[in-house]
Design a protein around this ligand. Structure first.
Ligand code: SIN
Length: 417
């Protein structure tokens, strides 16, 4: 029975790929079902089957970027391979007629690619587009971004830092293709729409809604490639989406949304920030072209790594250390609030010892390179990322570098966001 249903669904979606649909979509289940059966265009603006009339429903813009949620298999209804980023935004929306009970959905195609093709250039363009549309369209309740799951957490966090609006933005994906058996995209999209129209979602920043969970884009991480694979780690969930709708339990308190100081309107490209790893016997990276910053995943440097990163800092590269597990509770401020910003001389004297927990424990042996003699001025301090994954520390550093190159100021930004 289930596989029959899935095959039906696969045929439905395959026929949908031939449909041309209007840009503004107000579908009833019946209208869509008829269109699917006949394979003709969906153009009817049928009022939704809801006690709320179409006129009073909130408006939501779905911006599609691609991913498995838009994926189509060579053999629909199987567990076989698929091409991510195949269905158009309108097709994804039309495959979930239930959406029309909760919102008037508008569709916009930003891109249609696997998310590995999404780069910082696209982050910037997407962030600018969302901020503009939320500013100009007072009638919109919020924006949903459909996205591949491989790079979802990075795009979501960039938007969290840079979209300066209190209106909700939800990023949603799927781990099974739209034509597959029991696809998760439709239920995730429905949960995203129900959440984005909730008054409780206002001011909560960019969120990811997947697998009935509401997660902050700041904490979200993809743990595995199966449904249920997105988690907020030890920071947990903001809420859940049950049969009766979204239920919020927690809200992020770090700066985001309207309070963000990261204005991307005049930023044309993001500074080059590399990622590096520290490991036993490591010596640190060498670059032909020096980046503006490096986020280095480290639980503690070797002597050689310490020398390399000291030299890079002297050369003007901002170095952020970040724990592999994404949490580094005690590195800054010694077990509590933010560290006071030390005056330059004192900060310089303490240098690395203040900014990397492992280094602090044994600063004389692990951080003082031969070049750090009494005659050489100390290197600018390292920055410590608290409670961020390495990938997200890199993104915050990229964004921070659009405002300042001073590591002390950047440390303060890391404590605020
Ligand atoms: C992608 O990230 O585009 C493919 C994988 C997925 O969406 O789950």
């Amino acid at each position: 029975m289930n596989s029959l249903l899935s095959l039906d669904r696969a045929l439905m979606i395959t026929s949908l790929t031939r449909l041309r649909v209007s840009r503004v979509l107000v579908f009833s289940r019946r209208a869509v079902a008829l269109a699917l059966l006949s394979g003709c265009s969906v153009v009817a603006q049928t009022p939704p089957q809801s006690s709320t009339s179409a006129a009073t429903l909130p408006k939501v813009l779905v911006i599609a970027t691609g991913g498995t949620i838009a994926g189509v298999q060579d053999a629909p209804g199987t567990l076989g391979s698929y091409r991510a980023g195949t269905l158009a935004a309108e097709q994804i929306i039309a495959s979930v007629p239930e959406l029309s009970r909760h919102a008037i959905i508008e569709a916009e195609q930003f891109s249609n690619v696997a998310s590995t093709a999404i780069t910082p250039t696209q982050w910037l363009a997407l962030s600018k587009r969302i901020e503009t549309v939320l500013r100009e369209r007072k009638d919109l309740a919020g924006v949903i971004v459909t996205h591949g799951t491989d790079r979802l957490e990075e795009t979501a966090f960039f938007l969290y830092l840079t979209v300066r609006s209190d209106k909700p933005v939800i990023v949603v994906g799927a781990q099974r293709p739209a034509t597959g058996i029991s696809p998760d995209g439709p239920i995730n999209l429905l949960a995203a729409v129900r959440t984005v129209v909730s008054p409780q979602a206002i001011g909560k920043g960019v969120m990811v809604v997947m697998d009935d969970r509401i997660l902050s884009a700041r904490e979200i991480r993809k743990l595995y490639q199966r449904t249920g694979g997105f988690s907020g780690g030890e920071m947990g969930m903001m809420g859940v989406v049950g049969a009766s709708g979204p239920e919020f339990l927690f809200a992020p308190v770090r700066r985001h949304g309207e309070q963000s100081e990261f204005d991307m309107r005049k930023v044309d490209s993001l500074p080059q920030v590399e990622m590096a790893f520290s490991y036993p016997g490591g010596t640190g990276p060498r670059y032909d072209k020096q980046p503006a910053g490096i986020a280095v995943q480290s639980n503690g440097f070797t002597r050689a790594e310490s020398e390399t990163y000291t030299a890079l800092r002297r050369a003007g590269v901002v170095v952020v250390t970040v724990f592999a597990g994404g949490d580094n509770m005690s590195s800054v401020g010694r077990g509590g609030g933010p560290a006071p910003v030390a005056p330059p001389n004192a900060a310089a004297r303490r240098d690395s010892a203040r900014t990397d927990s492992s280094v602090r424990v044994d600063s004389t042996r692990t951080t003082r390179s031969p070049t750090d003699s009494a005659r050489t001025p100390p290197a600018p301090p390292m920055v410590t990322a608290q409670h961020l994954t390495p990938a997200k520390a890199r993104i915050l550093l990229m964004v921070a570098l659009t405002r300042t190159r001073d590591p002390r100021e950047i440390q303060q930004l890391f404590l605020r966001y």
